[in-house]
Write a new protein. Structure first.
Ligand SMILES: [Fe+2]
Ligand SMILES: [Fe+2]
Length: 402
């Protein structure tokens, strides 16, 4: 029976994961491991009669071959876990690799040796980290004013007219995110890049850019790099995209919302995720964040999800950025808060609405930026006012803010 190319790849993956399991039980040089290497090599020989190399790229929980996700099998998922644990972004096999080199690959995937060790040993098996697109030609954006009027107009249109156009062009947002990341690399205070307050009409736009920047700031501080960091920034920029489908009058209404209006706004996570799922080039993290950014750490909030639902870490980071920016720029019904008050408010809600570890990390980021987070509000009147905001009519609970 003739085995297809995809069948051969699955066979190679099966032998690699079997070798990994055997090597973790015994050792990379054990006879059982070598047997799997022999089968892997045999399959590769047949494979290489059709292709010169085999490149497997990991993008989150998918393994891509020639840009397309391979069918999920238990072995493939196992390999993905090994790759994720060692932060491996791709594996490339070329004709000519040896058993010794396969052993080294296994050591790398088991975390017993570095990616660099394999690079020094061979070019027949290459393993790469999770890499971001090259930022050689990217211009650092350290302030909103670094953008030309044309760029601002283009971005604005993305947010304003996406509902009519139906199609989202991710390119411009993507280069904005790359620009912010580059500025961060140059140690520029990310808070300087936050978009200044604008008219309410521009709220979704300015808020979205800010949440993108704050997500990047959190990501950098947590050591997230490469493509993942880029996707995290994009996820922030796109988290509220569903609001584009909500009536603008309802969105900007200054008074109390009636039940229908409230329900209308509560649809934005679902609408946004659905929309993003159908757009080309949108990272999965952005879809998760759009859907989950109003679901609290204690699983309250909205939309309601089945028991046992696991919130994506990126959504939880987006929620923190979201709440922070909403409070920072509150102006329809409250004056904006200063940094220390807002930090105190975040702290008060850590563990219930917000992921406590991520909140602490975010406060550290704020502290590094020279903000005095210690001066927590202890004035009864302020606390009452903040409770009113966090408890019922703002941020997480009030979808207008988040
Ligand atoms: Fe939202
Ligand atoms: Fe938001």
């Amino acid at each position: 029976m003739q085995i297809t190319k995809l069948g051969m790849i699955q066979e190679i993956i099966r032998n690699l994961t079997s070798a990994l399991s055997a090597a973790s039980l015994y050792s990379p040089g054990h006879q059982r491991v070598i047997e799997h290497f022999a089968r892997l090599t045999d399959t590769f020989r047949v494979y290489q009669s059709k292709e010169t190399e085999l490149l497997l790229a990991r993008v989150e929980d998918e393994l891509l071959f020639q840009g397309k996700p391979l069918a999920k099998t238990p072995n493939l998922e196992k390999l993905l876990r090994y790759c994720a644990d060692q932060n491996v972004g791709f594996i490339r096999f070329s004709e000519g690799f040896t058993v010794n080199e396969l052993q080294q690959l296994v050591k790398v995937l088991l975390g017993k040796d570095s990616i660099e060790s394999l690079r020094l040993m061979t070019s027949y098996i290459q393993v790469g980290g999770v890499e971001a697109p090259s930022d050689e030609n990217v211009r650092a954006i350290s302030s909103f004013e670094d953008l030309s009027d044309e760029e601002k107009k283009g971005l604005h249109e993305q947010f304003d007219h996406v509902a009519e156009q139906g199609v989202l062009d991710i390119t411009q947002m993507s280069s904005l995110v790359a620009g912010f990341i580059k500025a961060f690399r140059q140690n520029i205070n990310p808070f300087l890049a936050l978009v200044p307050l604008r008219e309410m009409d521009e709220y979704t736009f300015t808020h979205s850019v800010n949440v993108g920047i704050l997500n990047i700031a959190q990501g950098v501080s947590l050591g997230i790099e490469g493509q993942m960091l880029h996707d995290l920034g994009l996820a922030g920029m796109l988290h509220d995209v569903g609001k584009i489908f909500v009536d603008r009058e309802v969105l900007n209404k200054a008074g109390k919302l009636d039940q229908d209006e409230f329900e209308m706004i509560q649809q934005h996570p679902h609408r946004g995720a659905q929309y993003l799922m159908n757009q080309e080039g949108v990272p999965k993290l952005a879809v998760f964040s759009a859907f989950e950014h109003h679901i609290r750490y204690d699983m309250g909030g909205y939309p309601k999800v089945p028991a046992g639902w696991q919130l994506n870490i990126c959504s939880q980071m987006t929620m923190i950025s979201d709440v922070f920016d909403a409070l920072r720029t509150r102006r329809t019904y409250k004056n904006s808060w200063d940094f220390s008050k807002t930090s105190g408010l975040l702290l008060n809600n850590s563990g219930t609405q917000l992921n406590p570890d991520l909140t602490l990390n975010f406060l550290k980021v704020l502290a590094q930026m020279g903000e005095d987070i210690e001066s927590f509000v202890d004035n009864a009147e302020d606390i009452e006012a903040m409770d009113a905001i966090i408890g019922c009519s703002c941020s997480i609970e009030n979808p207008r803010c988040g």
